[in-house]
Design a protein around this ligand. Sequence first.
Ligand code: F6P
Length: 340
Amino acid sequence: MRVGILTGGGDCPGLNAVIRGIVKSASDDIEILGIKHGWQGLVTAEYRTLTDDDVEGIHIIGGTILGTSRTNPFSNDKLRQKVEDNIKALELDALIGIGGDDTLTVAAKLSSLGYRVIGVPKTIDNDVSNTDYTFGYHTAVNVGADAIDRLHSTARSHRRIVVVELMGRDAGWITLEAGLAAGAHLILIPEFPMTISEIVDYVHKRMKKHGYMVIALAEGFKPTELENVVGDKNEIDAFGHIRLGGIAHYLAEVIKDKTQYDTRSVVLGHLLRGGTPTAFDRILGTRFGVHAMELVIRKDFGRMVALKGGDIVSVPIEYGIATKKLVPYEYYRLAQIFFG
Ligand code: F6P
């Protein structure tokens, strides 16, 4: 049996743990083809065979040894046809797609066309439905919390406001939990918009009482007054997403203008995604990889592996992409207790 595996979308810590888990748990009659650069590698038929030796010790390394891309084979018929032709040319009996919403959407479409596909949910944003966590998220929260910890001392020393921007396109999980862990004085996430005047009220109250402030905000946060999220509208990926970034700078300028407090902005961006995974993400990635291979061996296709209450289970791939898993109001309300 020949199984192709690929990693698509933004990289994240733990991808290599999944790859290692898949390869190490394959039975002797299974040959693993590592498809390079996500779906792009199935368009161009770029791959490498993966053996036990190739995955030795890779679970502690960040990124993905296979490379990744945001190629969307369903963005036009030619690309889709190439992918279908190459699945046949490479004689793939099954395909494991490791990725977030976009990669899983492609996997689900291929599955509905009759291909034998397994999905493994990945994203630092943690917004895939029907899994408690995606790997990479835990590492991103830790990096974010560490950065916010550090920003406290410099903000306090200078009696400044620091606005720190974290990744999170539609879901504010990273910002909420990193902000909560590190004691940010205001947390702004896409799920719960706020007006500029509400934000300025928080700033005045906090500055009068404590003389410094750290505001954590997600890149996808949009103050109610703004029509669009802040980003580069000319940079749109194959899945139709604009490149986000810059809301921290925008908000810092507005706050400075309206309050006259000394204000700075910091964008953590890709720092959150880089480097070695936490032990949690290494283990979650490993368990996901092993379970994905179990599903292949059982010929239980069209499934996405998932974490549910500590157990590794599987659900139909469509369940992962049906809706985005957003921060519920009850959780945000808990965080609000610590604002100000
Ligand atoms: O993978 C999700 C994500 O980390 C988003 O939070 C962010 O908007 C995006 O990736 C950035 O992608 P890129 O690496 O293509 O700039």
